[in-house]
Design a protein around this ligand. Structure first.
Ligand code: AMP
Length: 174
C-alpha cells in the first residue's frame, strides 16, 4: 500500500458530528500510531525543506499538534494562532465568517516580523475560511505565507479557491 493510502486508513469518519450532515474526519487514530505520525509530519514539510521557512503557524487546536511537530522537523519556531481571549500578551487579530456566525484568530504582536516566511499548518482544509483568515493575519504583520499545508483536504468544499495564489499542499483527499 502507498504511504498516503496507509495514512488514510488511520483517519476515522464520524457521521453527523458535531452536528447533522457533517462527516467529521477524526485524526486521533493517526496520532496514536507513531509510524503514521512520522509519515504525516514528513509529508507536511517535505516540499518546504529548502524554502527558507522562518516559522510555522498553526491554527487552534489540531493545527498545534501537527504544526509544532512540523516546526521541530524544519528546526524553526512555532506560532500558535488562537481563539480570542486565550493569549496573555498584546495581540493582533483577524475576524472571519463561519457557516453560522463569526470567528476570530489572534497571534501575539511580537510573533511575526516583516519579511518572515511562514508555513501555515492545520489538520484539515474544508471551506478554507480558517486558512484564508490565517493568511490575512500573517500578512497584517508583514509576513509572507509561503504555503498552507494540511493533512486532509475535503475537495468537494473547494477550500483551495479561498487561498488564491497561496501554494496549498495536502496529503490525503476526500
Ligand atoms: P474551514 O475553515 O471550513 O476550512 O474549516 C477548517 C477547520 O475546521 C479546521 O481547523 C478543521 O479542523 C475543522 N474542520 C472543518 N470541517 C471538518 C471536518 N469535516 N472534520 C474535521 N475537522 C473539520
Amino acid at each position: 500500500m502507498r504511504d498516503m493510502d496507509k495514512l488514510k486508513t488511520k483517519i476515522r469518519t464520524i457521521p453527523n458530528f458535531p452536528k447533522p450532515g457533517i462527516q467529521f474526519k477524526d485524526i486521533t487514530p493517526l496520532l496514536l500510531d507513531p509510524a503514521s505520525l512520522e509519515l504525516a509530519v514528513n509529508g507536511l514539510v517535505q516540499p518546504f525543506r529548502d524554502t527558507n521557512i522562518t516559522a510555522i503557524a498553526g491554527m487552534e487546536a489540531r493545527g498545534f499538534i501537527f504544526g509544532s511537530l512540523a516546526a521541530r522537523e524544519l528546526n524553526v519556531g512555532f506560532i500558535p494562532l488562537r481563539k480570542p481571549g486565550k493569549l496573555p500578551y498584546n495581540v493582533k487579530s483577524v475576524s472571519y465568517t463561519l457557516e453560522y456566525g463569526e470567528a476570530s484568530l489572534e497571534a501575539h504582536s511580537d510573533a511575526i516580523k516583516t519579511g518572515d516566511r511562514i508555513l501555515l499548518v492545520d489538520d484539515l482544509l474544508a471551506t478554507g475560511g480558517t486558512a484564508r483568515a490565517s493568511c490575512q493575519l500573517v500578512e497584517q504583520f508583514g509576513g509572507t505565507v509561503v504555503a498552507c499545508a494540511f493533512v486532509v483536504e475535503l475537495l468537494s468544499l473547494n477550500g483551495r479557491s479561498q487561498l488564491d495564489n497561496t501554494h496549498t499542499h495536502s496529503l490525503i483527499t476526500y
